[in-house]
Design a protein around this ligand. Structure first.
Ligand code: GDP
Length: 361
């Protein structure tokens, strides 16, 4: 609406039009505050120099779903790949309360005191629902989070398990290029995420507890089968005997599994993450495993198999996303789903129709 004050008779007075939506921050200031985006070679140089700020920013690009971020991220990863692969990658799982944070803090400090550089990553698909990552949170690893040689990154929180896992795997590449010689990938031992973690690590550690009734409860058989080492936490105070008993029960349970392709017999050890006892033995076990599998060729073989696995996983994810984001598919999907629910067509006919629609047949 025109302001009457702007009429010529009101000399010396001018009222400007109002703004409907006030910007939260002055656009001029915003422009100044915006960081200049590094180019791919700048990112790579920063990462190779071990610059943690640049590494973090590159990981943010890997996690972003924006097309232009993804493109830049892929360029960075490709250039970092020849510098990656030198770290030992360790998967750590255990049900909530098993002591993962306490243990990672303790293991991490042990390694850092030995001169290692450690990256702690996580896969937590449930974080999408809770809109905030539980795993990898810095506050959970108090001592480690103060160390300059430790890089702690929470689980990427958006997307499917496959998507989250791919991002973590790509982050491993960046961390290794930045000179981290040990990478932990943490996950909650309750679901499918273990398979994803297992497919990106060299050694898989399962944290268990004693004295909770049936010792094998709460952990799926498949997860136990994946473990290269089972470590019983909280072997301290009154719990010592129970922990030893649990260890012998796990040892007998492991005998029932077929021998692993690695030629390695999984070990069962007791320790206390809280009192930091038994930790050296865990690292001796991992060193022994590495020496053993490097010697019989399994270490390389497993990494090659993992690379192959991730190629197919990546193809599958891309296909799935392309399908579900296709406008023709989006337009038809719900109606077709309803037809299946109303028993008008079978699931298979419905699937075929959707595929035909996607392929433009
Ligand atoms: P997470 O959920 O697997 O990450 O487990 P936390 O590390 O948060 O540990 C769960 C609880 O167990 C906390 O109250 C810890 O203080 C306690 N805890 C962890 N490790 C030990 C241990 O070695 N001994 C004892 N007694 N308690 C522990």
């Amino acid at each position: 609406m025109e302001h009457p004050e702007n009429n010529e008779q009101y000399k010396g007075l001018k009222v400007n039009k109002g703004v409907t939506n006030m910007p939260a921050i002055s656009p001029y200031l915003k422009k100044r505050l915006q960081r200049r985006q590094y180019t791919a070679p700048e990112f790579v140089e920063g990462i190779l120099n071990g610059n943690i700020t640049i590494l973090s920013q590159a990981v943010t690009l890997v996690e972003s779903s924006k097309q232009e971020h993804q493109q830049l991220a892929q360029e960075i990863i490709e250039k970092c790949l020849p510098h990656a692969g030198k770290a030992i990658r360790i998967g750590i799982t255990g049900v909530p309360g098993a002591g993962k944070s306490t243990s990672i803090d303790a293991f991490g400090m042990y390694l850092i005191e030995k001169g290692s550089k450690l990256a702690v990553l996580a896969i937590d698909p449930s974080s999408e629902r809770s809109k905030g990552s539980i795993l990898g949170d810095k506050t959970r690893m108090e001592e480690l989070s103060r160390e300059k040689n430790a890089f702690i990154r929470p689980s990427p929180s958006a997307g499917s398990l496959g998507g989250v896992a791919r991002k973590t795997r790509e982050t491993i590449v960046l961390c290794e290029a930045a000179g981290f010689d040990t990478v932990f990938v943490e996950t909650v031992g309750v679901g499918q995420s273990e398979t994803a973690v297992h497919s990106m690590v060299d050694f898989f550690l399962l944290i268990q507890l004693a004295g909770t009734g049936d010792e094998l409860q709460g952990i799926k058989r498949g997860i136990m089968e994946m473990a290269d080492g089972i470590i019983i936490n909280k072997a301290d105070g009154d719990n010592m005997d129970k922990a030893r008993l649990a260890a012998s029960q796990f040892r007998s349970a492991l005998h029932l599994f077929p021998p692993a392709d690695s030629g390695w017999t999984p070990k069962v050890l007791t320790y206390s993450g809280y009192y930091k006892t038994g930790i050296r033995e865990i690292w001796e076990m991992i060193d022994e495993y590495t020496a053993h599998t490097r010697q019989n060729g399994y270490f390389e073989h497993k990494r090659n198999e993992q690379s192959k696995y991730w190629m197919y996983e990546s193809i599958n994810e891309t296909l799935r996303n392309t399908f579900y984001n296709n406008p023709a598919v989006v337009a038809m999907l719900k109606t077709t789903e309803q037809q299946v629910l109303d028993n008008e067509i079978s699931s298979f006919v419905a699937a075929k129709r959707m595929m035909d629609c996607f392929l433009g047949a």
